[in-house]
Write a protein that binds this ligand. Structure first.
Ligand SMILES: [Zn+2]
Length: 232
């Protein structure tokens, strides 16, 4: 018998809601156990409708535009593992994956990693938390395929060329990674600005044998303004 992971996860979320009531990551209002945002905040979110080619990525999209309607949820997400933001972000990425057909063409979800040092300081990788939720929503497994081997400067402080240099050699394939030869991967990140992080990561995954590399971010900064990407 095939286990319906999405259904099991909904049941889990229903019960956990009694202990840790679900809240809207934008305004903090109580919301249903399986909701991502409250109705008001959700209707204020600007959907991402642009198209952007990112070097090394077969297809890229984003759920929404990074603007003042969503910045509180993103800042909360960066600061804490509590609350609902990573579930809400996973819902957004899942929606974007279904809309673009990417959901039908992936074998594995791959989060953007953080360095060991950062992991020690913070205790978790936020993008991995999104991946853990997303695997239930898309019914596709996730794996920490990559490691971040180089501490990088905050991307938002750098210009376009400097960003690429800053990230060069930042990622490697983990010793514990599953075999990705010929696999169709979905790279996920919370915020995307120029796409240089995704390009660098995709390069490493292709060297590792990946067949296809898709990428979806939760939020995308407007194409001409690139000063808001948070460091990861
Ligand atoms: Zn709200």
């Amino acid at each position: 018998m095939r286990i319906d992971r999405a259904k099991l996860h909904r049941i889990y979320r229903y019960w956990i809601d009694w202990l840790y009531p679900n809240i809207c990551p934008c305004c903090g209002k109580y919301i249903d156990h399986d909701a991502d945002f409250c109705g008001e905040c959700k209707s204020a979110i600007t959907p991402y409708t642009d198209e952007k080619d990112i070097e090394g990525i077969d297809k890229y999209t984003s759920y929404c535009v990074y603007d003042h309607n969503i910045d509180k949820a993103i800042l909360t997400f960066k600061k804490t593992a509590d609350g609902n933001s990573y579930y809400a972000f996973a819902c957004g990425i899942a929606e974007a994956a279904r809309k673009t057909g990417i959901a039908e063409d992936i074998d594995l979800i791959v989060p953007i990693p953080i360095t060991r040092k950062k992991m020690k300081e913070r205790g978790y990788n936020q993008t991995e938390l999104i991946a853990k939720e997303l695997r239930f929503l898309l019914n596709v497994p996730y794996a920490n395929v990559m490691i971040k081997v180089k501490d990088t400067k905050e991307q938002k402080t750098l210009g376009r060329t400097e960003r690429a240099e800053n990230l060069s050699g930042a990622f490697g394939i983990s010793d514990k990674a599953p075999d990705i030869s010929g696999k169709r991967l979905l790279l996920i990140d919370d915020v995307c600005t120029t796409g240089s992080t995704l390009t660098e990561a995709a390069g490493v995954l292709r060297i590792g044998g990946a067949g296809k590399v898709y990428a979806i971010s939760f939020a995308k900064t407007p194409n001409k303004k690139s000063n808001e990407e948070a460091a990861s």
